[in-house]
Design a protein around this ligand. Sequence first.
Ligand SMILES: [Zn+2]
Length: 343
Amino acid sequence: MSTAYELARCIVCGSADARELASAEEVRREIEELWAYHDSRLEPDTPPAHLLDRVAFSQRPPLRVVRCISCGLVYRNPVERARELEALYAHDTLTREVMQSLHASQREACRAQAMRLTRIARGSGSGLEVGSYVGAFLASAREQGWSFAGIDVNRCTNEFSRSLGFEVHDGTIETFDADRRVDAVAIWNCIDQLADPTSALRAARARLKPGGLLALRAPNGACYAAVRPLLDTPAARMARAWLAQNNLLGFPYRIGFTPRSAARLVERLGFEVVRVVGDVLVPVADQWTRRWAALEERVVKTVGGRLARWSRGDRPIAPWFELYARAVGSSPSEAVTRSVQPA
Ligand SMILES: [Zn+2]
């Protein structure tokens, strides 16, 4: 399949004024370094399928990465066209064995997320997860007393999640039942990959009850922007390890929200930010990882994770962040309906 590209503007503030963080050539070099990094840490007989969850999306061509001068958003420019992008994900097929292994390896991180969500929401209720993938969060949320439904464009993983007993819909949040209202909408794994994050967040707002909670998790563009320049310095080895272990090397995302740019976007759409948490990726080491590499990853992520949670502002140390926001006022769609009604 050929992929088409278009020039992008910042989706948060609309500015076209951006600074280059990495050229396409530099991104290509990062992707090669990423493969070399993981290759050196795996047992020689590792089946290729198990590389998938480590080097996610790396089959995609390298694209230039820029940062908005006005609001700090990091994004690819040019970027894949929306239609092509959805096709990329919808046709991704995995074997049941790989899905089971992904589901199991993601449970630990999802359990922590479900517990944080419950704490911040002060209880459980109904929910909708956008990008429910192999159902690891759906299962963890159920353990915490939530009743979450999933929605995803990937029919193959949806079939798998349904086989585990979850309500899962094929499609996007924009096409999801417009009359249904839930207590929480979670977009843990894909806000950075969506064709139109603004439209998805607006659709999330419209499906939340008043005071309902939005939970986002995203790769932190501010961390890539801060650490990437170190790849050309004596600190390169450490910088490369930090980016590679947190899946930021090669920047395999369309968009790198930062805590501030994400807050600016959701506030415009009728949310009030209640909490931002800096985080690292859960360790990906498994039976295929060499022992020294697994130990190193645990140490680096334990220390780095503390720093990530402690950092403030745009949290440049934190490779990932979660943002929680409450729906306030009337939803944008309700506001539109009222404004077109005759006085
Ligand atoms: Zn901007």
